[in-house]
Design a protein around this ligand. Structure first.
Ligand code: KG4
Ligand code: ZN
Length: 347
């Protein structure tokens, strides 16, 4: 009988300290997330120095919890996978340092995982039949990409944002209408009370590429609208602003995603990243895919935002592909997707 492969995943790229144990790449045995949202909310966004310190305080506890909830010990674990980029360098270093120490002490292989490739892999958790190739729309706080997932460890970017990421636009607009951090979930909630057609915000097209995005225009349009109202003494209907802004972003994401899938001959599309938990995006994608005859999948909200289960899942596929990191693994804050894998065998 083949032995189970148990991966301990560690994630600390931004403001969540997370650890998880995943069996055979698909079965989540534990998923522990310690969020720092409360403290960063005081400052209206993530403060990198505070994020690093909080990761240091919590990382060992979170890893211990993940092992305990999975009912396993470190000796049962096959390999340790960790996010090594992209993200905040000080934050990444905490997870990378912890993973290297554990891998060395326990004599286990170390696997380096790209954070965005992890977001994509979150789709495997609840879709047992999902296998590459497929198209993935990645929408997070720092990235907006259309990615062709050629294989579990092979990715081609076919479209990306030229300026703000979708999540970044959500966060900036939320701040402008006084909703605070993190903006995405708050806009999602408030938009339910507003009219998405109340204000015609622009749907930007990017010259020269059918699959690229731009969200700084819609963000500026919202800021101009708010300034205009203030100067004219008009009371702003925040729910209408939230709903109309959200609709403008969703329309572009759905249109580009479906167009890309159809012209590339894909029959299914996956959505990943924090913004993939947006209720309007999920509903519009569902409707658009149904019309276009495309299969759609997205993770549950808990696996859309930052978590370590997705890092363990991608870690499993890296492990199976023979990719190993050495103990010289470093954090790479601006790591590109599809980067050549670390192949150096741990000493
Ligand atoms: O993937 P993620 O957790 O972290 C990054 O890798 O960036 O994404 C965080 C982003 C934030 O910008 C947050 O506002 C956005 O995802 N987000 C949402 C929702 N939940 C999180 N945006 C829109 N609607 C949501 N429900
Ligand atoms: Zn993320």
């Amino acid at each position: 009988m083949e032995q189970d492969v148990l991966i301990l995943g560690i994630e600390s790229s931004c403001d969540e300290t997370a650890a998880s144990v995943v069996k055979n790449g698909r079965e989540v045995l534990s998923n522990v997330i310690s969020s720092q949202i409360d403290i960063h909310t005081l400052y209206g966004g993530v403060v990198p120095e505070i994020a690093s310190r909080k990761h240091v305080e919590r990382v060992n506890y979170v890893i211990g919890q993940a092992l305990e909830e999975a009912g396993v010990t470190l000796q049962d674990i096959t390999a340790i996978s960790v996010t090594y980029g992209p993200g905040l360098v000080g934050a990444l270093l905490v997870g990378v340092g912890a993973a290297k120490a554990i891998a060395y002490a326990a004599g286990k292989p170390l696997i380096a995982v790209h954070h965005i490739e992890g977001h994509i892999a979150a789709n495997y958790i609840e879709h047992a039949d999902l296998k590459p190739p497929f198209l993935c729309l990645v929408v997070s706080g720092g990235h907006t990409h259309l990615v062709q997932v050629q294989d579990y460890t092979k990715f081609d970017i076919i479209g990306c944002t030229h300026d703000d990421a979708a999540g970044e636009a959500f966060d900036k607009v939320a701040r402008a209408i006084g909703l605070g951090y993190p903006g995405g979930p708050k806009i999602d909630k408030l938009a339910k009370e507003g009219n998405p057609e109340a204000i015609a915000f622009p749907r930007a097209k990017v010259d020269g590429s059918a699959y690229d995005f731009s969200f700084s225009g819609v963000k500026s349009a919202v800021l101009n609208y708010l300034n205009g109202c203030e100067m004219k003494g008009i009371e702003v209907n925040k729910a209408d602003v939230a709903a109309s802004f959200q609709q403008a972003v969703v329309d572009v994401l759905v249109e580009r995603g479906i167009r890309a899938a159809k012209s590339l001959g894909e029959d299914r599309i996956a959505v990943a990243g924090g913004v993939a938990s947006n209720s309007a995006l999920r509903a519009a994608m569902q409707e658009g895919c149904k019309k276009a005859g495309l299969e759609l999948c997205y993770p549950s909200p808990i696996f859309c935002t930052d978590n370590a289960a997705m890092i363990a899942v991608q870690g499993y596929y890296e492990y199976m592909a023979g990719n190993r990191a050495g103990l010289d693994l470093n954090a790479v804050p601006n790591l590109k997707i599809g980067t050549d894998k670390y192949t150096q065998i741990a000493q």
